[in-house]
Design a protein around this ligand. Structure first.
Ligand code: HEC
Length: 147
């Protein structure tokens, strides 16, 4: 029996696959690849999942304050697509600044889309997400893939 891929689909949940996967960081605030990530329900949900798996939520949970508060609509290091991506990849101090080497570009795009979605959510919705994540595997601090 032949498998037939649906010709049309809901673009809000479109997946990126194969050659579509980004291998590099955004090349500016208006990189056209963002259209596949920002506001895409599937990609943002994947970012949410990696946020928990990689231990980001340990520091950036709902109680986090100051620059570590990702939901307050204030960005200490800039809220544009390329700025948020760059901070996640290289901005943290010490070991965490190697996220850019340890997390594949595709997932960094998803994490960026997720983090940038947080200030747009009502506080109770962010709290709800924190509660939902309790069921996910939690990394305290992720040290990279097993080698
Ligand atoms: C050990 C604690 C810790 C972990 C783990 C951590 N962060 Fe952070 N993060 C911080 C702190 C503290 C700051 C503020 C740093 C500063 O302003 O110099 C920050 C800042 C940020 C910012 C910039 C916020 C702004 O206002 O511009 C982003 C984006 C961010 N983190 C995303 C992430 C993501 C995504 C992960 C997981 C891949 C992660 N962080 C893991 C502690 C952490």
């Amino acid at each position: 029996m032949a498998l037939v891929a649906p010709a049309t689909g809901c673009s809000k949940e479109a997946r990126t696959l194969g050659p579509d996967l980004p291998a590099t960081a955004p090349n500016g605030p208006a990189d056209p690849r963002a259209a596949k990530y920002e506001g895409n329900v599937y990609q943002v949900a994947q970012g949410d999942r990696y946020f928990t798996w990689y231990g980001c939520g340990g520091c950036h949970g709902s109680g986090a304050q100051g620059a570590a508060n990702l939901g307050d609509q204030r960005w200490a290091h800039g809220g544009a697509l390329d700025q948020v991506y760059a901070f996640i990849a290289r901005g943290h101090r010490g070991k965490l600044s190697a996220y850019g080497d340890r997390i594949p570009a595709e997932q960094l795009w998803q994490l960026t889309a997720y983090v940038r979605s947080l200030p747009r959510l009502a506080p109770e919705r962010r709290r709800r997400q924190d509660l939902d994540q309790i069921g996910e595997a939690q990394g305290r601090i992720w040290a990279g893939p097993v080698q």
